[in-house]
Design a protein around this ligand. Structure first.
Ligand SMILES: *[C@@H]1O[C@H](CO)[C@@H](O)[C@H](O)[C@H]1NC(C)=O
Ligand SMILES: *[C@@H]1O[C@H](CO)[C@@H](O)[C@H](O)[C@H]1NC(C)=O
Ligand SMILES: [Zn+2]
Length: 506
């Protein structure tokens, strides 16, 4: 699609009036002095698919909206960069990168808690749990998705999510139940195949198994609001949770709400104990919006991640009696996002964040809405203009654009088309629907974090946690490998199984 001069004119009308504001206040808070304190707890935050340009795209939008804000909450927490390549590619997927973060090993794209010979490797979560720490996983994707899976499950392929569900709850795990707090989406891999909405291949009822293992199980926000006791398993949606921009707060808590609840519950549970807690919090869907090349969904999940990070930093400051170290870093960049592009229109060095101000829904939700609409060609075009493009933030669609979009018959294609139409206006472009090999930003806060500052290999994140808490991952790995039957049934590929080659995507 061509950007007409009409678009450019409107972009100029909406141009940032704030850019030259002299009253910018520093976003960086004064660094607390933690002295030589050792942390009791550790928080790992993974903004999946969040590259440096994503941070910039969101920062300048926020600044456009509010002159006084020149930095995002995460900007003030930067301590370095992370190199993310996997054992078989310069461009990693989430499971290989999360396995580096959790177990300190490089593995192949698709591998979950195993190396390239399918040998299981213990994670920091498993090791800390065995030492008496309370543990948690908080995500906005399916809880069985690659990143959380790599902290507790061991299997040759990330797509085996029904297997992963049973390892996660401790039913098919040689170390038993190791995760005390689980929040996210993805109940479909817990429901037996006989239940509508299940995506299990068998009739195993993983929720009933979880209850048998001691979990309080819930699937609604109202039960979450009643403060269930640990251990608990709360999954709010069948599939991934909603993008932040589409989220119905009556049905799904925000990432920040889940993260702070997790911190409070894990803190209460360990208050009287020498051992603290470990929690992995994933802003999972920044990545999914990158794959869809939807800058609007991407932006709002980034803002939700920033709110969560700000709240986590505040929480750490407010709990000095239980010193907590937080490290955050993406697993990889996604989309090859650029701001500004090689385009013939003037000005060519340009980004117009103002375009995002009118967005009310993700391209994915709006594309599905359009494809579900039935009516005459004229009604369809009107619907497209009023109920799809406008709520996406595009109120100046040309007739040619409407013609073009009306012909699209797949929601995936319309989703990308909408993202491109917005990108052409805001001047935000993508180079791929997959990941890139770009370095990602490393953030940290709390005791000892200065010692980790610098340019790090992703495996060093696990090494840092191992050193902080004096863990011996090798001895836990030996425990995992002891039961050959388990390794054969749950970890290794069956004879002739060739899932490894099919890995791409997230
Ligand atoms: C930003 O600053 C400019 C120049 O001082 C002012 O005209 C504008 O109203 C401000 N915008 C906001 C959102 O405060
Ligand atoms: C070994 O693993 C299998 C498969 O998970 C399980 O059925 C069996 O009980 C385990 N054996 C021991 C001794 O834990
Ligand atoms: Zn991805």
């Amino acid at each position: 699609m061509k950007v007409s001069s009409l678009f450019l004119f409107s972009a100029l009308l909406l141009l940032d009036t704030a850019a030259a504001s002299p009253s910018a206040k520093p976003g960086k808070k004064k660094k607390k002095d933690w002295g030589n304190k050792k942390p009791k707890n550790f928080i790992m935050v993974i903004p999946d698919g969040f590259g440096p340009t994503s941070e910039l795209m969101a920062r300048d939008y926020v600044h456009w909206k509010d002159n006084s804000t020149t930095m995002l909450p995460v900007d003030g927490l930067i301590i370095g960069q992370t190199r993310t390549k996997s054992s078989d590619s310069y461009v990693t997927d989430s499971s290989a990168s999360a396995t580096a973060y959790s177990a300190g090993i490089k593995t192949y794209n698709g591998g979950v808690g195993v190396d390239s010979t399918f040998t299981p490797y213990a994670t920091v979560l498993e090791s800390l749990s065995l030492q008496g720490f309370k543990t948690g996983l908080v995500v906005t994707s399916r809880i069985t998705h690659a990143t959380p899976a790599s902290y507790i499950a061991h299997t040759h392929h990330r797509d085996l999510e029904s297997n992963i569900a049973l390892q996660l709850i401790g039913h098919a795990h040689p170390l038993g139940r190791r995760v005390d707090l689980i929040l996210g989406g993805g109940s479909c891999h817990f429901l037996p195949s006989t239940t509508p909405g299940s995506c299990r291949p068998d009739s195993t009822d993983a929720f009933t198994l979880a209850k048998g293992l001691g979990y309080n199980v819930f699937q609604t926000r109202s039960e979450f609001d009643k403060n269930p006791k640990l251990p608990y398993l709360g999954l709010f949606t069948r599939d991934h949770m909603s993008y932040e921009i589409d989220r119905d707060s009556a049905k799904e808590p925000s990432l920040k709400e889940m993260a702070i609840r997790a911190l409070n519950d894990l803190y209460s549970a360990t208050r009287k104990s020498k051992q603290g807690f470990f929690v992995m919090v994933e802003a999972s869907r920044i990545d999914h919006a990158g794959h869809a090349n939807d800058p609007v969904a991407h932006l709002h999940d980034i803002l939700a991640f920033n709110e969560a990070m700000d709240a986590i930093r505040e929480w750490i400051d407010g709990h000095e009696d239980s010193p907590t170290t937080m490290v955050a870093t993406a697993d990889h960049e996604c989309g090859g996002l650029t701001v500004g592009g090689d385009i013939p229109q003037d000005p060519s060095y340009w980004y117009a964040p103002s375009w995002f101000a009118g967005s009310r829904a993700s391209a994915g939700v709006l594309a599905k809405r359009f494809l579900a609409f039935t009516g005459s060609d004229e009604e369809k075009k009107k619907f497209l203009r009023e109920e799809v493009l406008k709520p996406y933030g595009i109120s100046d669609a040309t007739d040619a654009e409407i013609q073009e979009a009306a012909k699209i018959t797949s929601s995936g294609k319309l989703e990308t088309w909408l993202g491109k139409a917005m990108g052409d206006r805001a001047r935000v472009y993508w180079s791929t629907g997959g990941h890139t090999g770009a370095d990602v930003t490393l953030y940290g806060y709390g005791p000892k974090v200065e010692e980790f500052a610098g340019h790090r290999e992703n495996t060093e994140v696990a090494d840092f946690i191992v050193d902080l808490f004096g863990l011996n991952l090798e001895s836990v790995s030996r425990k995992l490998r002891k039961n050959q039957t388990w390794v054969d049934e749950w970890v290794k590929p069956a004879k002739g199984e060739t899932m490894k080659a099919s890995v791409h995507g997230h």
